[in-house]
Design a protein around this ligand. Structure first.
Ligand code: G3P
Ligand code: MG
Length: 256
């Protein structure tokens, strides 16, 4: 059984706040979410930071590669101004800062390892170790107490598995490949994370029947959310935290 929350705020606050910032985490919380997904890569000094794009330009003004700067330098970059005046000065946070916020407020984390190309091993290893350190006190307790690492990078997840085997992993894919089962077994993964647009009821059934969790990204239409939940999808992340609340689908599930 899926031990984690069902509805997860994508990049912290979905479409309502500047993604992957502490303000986004706060926004998700304000909307009643105790579950977030966010993206982690390494800064130049090897410190994990919460950021989606590997280059500046979209959410942080400027040009060039994020990993040419240290975490301290990145903390001076504005990750909020693009979104709105009230967010001016919102920094690129470290993973440690975001995790501390989440742990303080009892927010479950889906930590997406998003390596800069060429840094897959190092990123998977570092993020898994850091997570292990943060959660060493609850290892061996209920599985729901731990966060879930995920990544599109198979290599990063292999490194995470070596670094911290007891921190659960989900393999992220856009399109589910024919060898999904072997690949999940090779990673010791507990779940497959996939683009809901490429999921079918048959595939969902096969994944569930094989005993894996099934997580979808990024579901923004309530009707679609209801549909995939009826296929057996365990959880999904959403940008529309204003229309798909944290208890979405619970009444329907209880009636089944
Ligand atoms: O982890 C699910 C989802 O966040 C994957 O895509 O690009 O939004 O990080 P992306
Ligand atoms: Mg992500």
């Amino acid at each position: 059984m899926w031990p984690y929350p069902k509805i997860v705020a994508h990049r912290g606050g979905g479409a309502l706040a500047p993604e992957n910032t502490i303000a986004a985490m706060r926004c998700g919380l304000t909307h009643g979410f105790h579950a977030v997904e966010f993206d982690v890569m390494l800064a130049r000094d090897g410190v994990p930071v919460v950021m989606h794009d590997t280059v500046f330009g979209r959410t942080v003004a400027g040009e060039g590669n994020v990993n040419e700067y240290t975490a301290q330098e990145l903390a001076t970059r504005d990750a909020g101004a693009w979104f709105g005046e009230e967010y001016i000065g919102e920094p690129i946070p470290t993973f440690e800062q975001v995790a501390a916020f989440c742990m303080q407020h009892h927010i479950w984390m889906n930590i997406e390892i998003k390596p800069v190309p060429g840094f897959e091993d190092q990123t998977g290893w570092t993020v898994a170790q850091a997570t292990h350190r943060l959660f060493s006190g609850v290892l061996g307790r209920s599985p729901g107490a731990l966060p879930l690492l995920s990544s599109f990078s198979f290599e990063a997840l292999q490194a995470a598995q070596l670094a911290a085997p007891d921190i659960p992993r989900g393999w992220l894919v856009d399109d589910i490949p024919p060898d999904w089962h072997e690949r999940l077994l090779a990673l010791g993964a507990i779940a497959l994370h996939t683009n809901h647009n490429n999921l079918t009821p048959l595939l969902a059934r096969a994944i569930k029947d094989a005993g894996f969790g099934l997580f979808c990204y990024t579901v923004n239409e309530p009707a679609r959310a209801t549909e995939i939940l009826s296929w057996g999808v365990d959880a999904f992340c959403t940008d529309r935290i204003d229309v798909i609340g944290p208890t979405f689908g619970s009444a329907t599930a209880a009636m089944r």
